[in-house]
Design a protein around this ligand. Structure first.
Ligand code: SDX
Length: 444
């Protein structure tokens, strides 16, 4: 059967199988990146594709973020990350990612008002924090409390909420995530909860909730606010990374935006993803405390006994533009605060050795977004276990934008990959008195 020509199809690719040939459409994105559309592959050939880790699989078409990993390019809705980091605000970037255009003054002002309206937590929700153990991990608290939003806003649980409802859901998530993060920190350290101050900017308000006390208000220095603003902007989206793909996977079942975003927090937690920002600092601390030298860490990584945390990326094979900006921000922040951090010197030494070592050069392993970000978060005064929570606050707009894009896509289908089965072929039930260890598969 001839394949129907779809929109975006530029040519066809010929696939030669032992029994026959099929021609598959080649589709092209707006930045000229090409893909073989295999939608009809199984029905035409009986074959599926096998792609562990989805390195070669495009899971969707998306108009949100563009990355050219070879050239180190990152753009949100077409705007270069460098321009946004230098000129924009986090709230503006959130709007851009979610609704596709930079907001007008009026749109921005009304979104800011909505963020203020939703910055407080329902008292019932506040009590959740008192129920968590004081040493509970703030990422576990964050995913739980984001998901719990579904209990407080049941009218927003549909997949197909209207535009006004969606705007409210966005404001709830973007605004409350700060309050949730700050409350988890205050509770862990036995400090009284500080309520948000709507007169403050997004970043200053968060820092106020984190560090003010009833008897002593914390007014964040401009350099700290700027560094946090850049940190959040640089983390706001990164196309089909593990946590965003998780959000889309969960959302594809029709799950509501709170449940979908909460699943993103869980996926982000792992040390190969957002959890790397904590792991980098732990690695640098070990070196500083004399437990390990820079050289021995690099050698261990080359012998595959250890992963150099904050290094390598699935997509970037030249440099991660976010790491470059963050390294600069790091130096500027420490200078402006008139302080230093021995971990920055160690990080730079490590990067220098790794970047000239054949192992890392050959595999195109460069510092990623998590390599320098932790030093910024330390300088701001955040404790280590809050680092991945900070990544999550930044990533909220991206997760929402992807959930929204998916929920408005008439061609979207539930995500349901296939597999190549490698287990036993058919066999028959063995009664208990005839089983011997190992014969039923467990070997125990
Ligand atoms: C993020 O995807 C995104 O966009 C994520 C992110 C986002 O904004 O959402 O950018 C955020 O998650 C950043 C990445 C944070 N993780 C780390 O810093 C952990 C350390 N890095 C890695 O484990 C690794 O590089 C990954 C997870 C980031 C990428 O893994 P890949 O693409 O599966 O790479 P790979 O395992 O196929 O590695 C290729 C080779 C292997 O060697 P060979 O088998 O070819 O000999 O490079 C080696 C790997 O062993 N390698 C490393 C290494 N990373 C890869 N060797 C030492 N140290 C490392 N960090």
């Amino acid at each position: 059967m001839p394949t129907q020509v779809k929109e975006g199809v530029v040519s066809t690719a010929l696939l030669k199988l032992p029994s026959h040939e099929v021609s598959l459409p080649l589709v092209e994105g707006t930045e000229r990146e090409q893909a073989i559309d295999i939608t009809s592959l199984r029905s035409d050939t009986g074959c599926i594709t096998l792609d562990s880790g989805f390195s070669n699989t495009g899971a969707c078409e998306s108009g949100i973020t563009f990355i050219d990993g070879e050239k180190g390019i990152l753009r949100y809705r077409g705007y270069p990350i460098e321009e946004l980091a230098n000129h924009s605000t986090f709230v503006e970037v959130a709007w851009l990612l979610i609704w596709g255009e930079l907001p007008t003054a009026e749109q921005l002002a009304s979104f800011r008002r909505l963020l203020s309206d939703y910055e407080l937590l329902h008292e019932g929700m506040r009590h959740h924090f008192e129920g968590f153990p004081a040493n509970g991990h703030p990422m576990a608290m964050l995913s739980a409390v984001i998901n719990a939003c579904g209990c407080y806003y049941p009218e927003l649980l549909e997949t197909r909420i209207n535009d006004e409802q969606f705007r409210r859901a966005c404001a709830i998530l973007v605004s409350k995530v700060r309050t949730m993060a700050a409350f988890s920190y205050r509770m862990t350290y036995g400090k009284p909860m500080m309520y948000p101050d709507p007169k403050l900017s997004y970043c200053s308000n968060f820092l106020h909730m984190m560090f003010s006390n009833p008897h002593a208000r914390y007014d964040a220095p401009p350099a700290v606010v700027k560094a946090l603003r850049q940190f959040l902007i640089l983390h706001a989206d990164h196309e089909q990374n593990c946590s965003t793909s998780t959000v889309r996977m969960v959302g594809s079942s029709g799950a509501n935006v709170f449940a979908s975003v909460a699943s993103g927090v869980c996926a982000l937690w792992g040390p190969l993803h957002g959890g790397a920002n904590m792991a980098v600092i732990e690695m640098l601390e070990r070196i500083r405390e004399g437990g390990e030298s820079v050289k021995s860490i690099v050698e261990k990584a080359k012998r595959k006994q250890f992963l150099l945390m904050g290094f390598g990326h699935r997509v970037y094979k030249n440099f991660d533009p976010r790491a470059q900006i963050l390294e600069k921000t790091c130096g500027e922040l420490l200078d402006e605060l008139g302080t230093s951090d021995p971990l920055l010197d160690i990080a730079r030494e490590l990067a220098e050795i790794a970047l000239t070592d054949e192992y890392f050069v050959e595999r195109k392993l460069y510092p990623n977004v998590d390599f320098y970000s932790g030093i910024i978060l330390r300088a701001i005064g955040l404790p280590l276990n809050m680092f991945t929570v900070m990544f999550a606050i930044g990533r909220i707009p991206g997760w929402i934008a992807h959930w929204y894009e998916l929920s408005r896509d008439p061609t979207a289908r539930i995500a349901r990959p296939r597999q190549i089965y490698t287990g036993p072929t058919e066999r028959h039930y063995v009664p208990m008195d005839q089983r011997v260890a190992g014969s039923t598969g467990s070997g125990a």
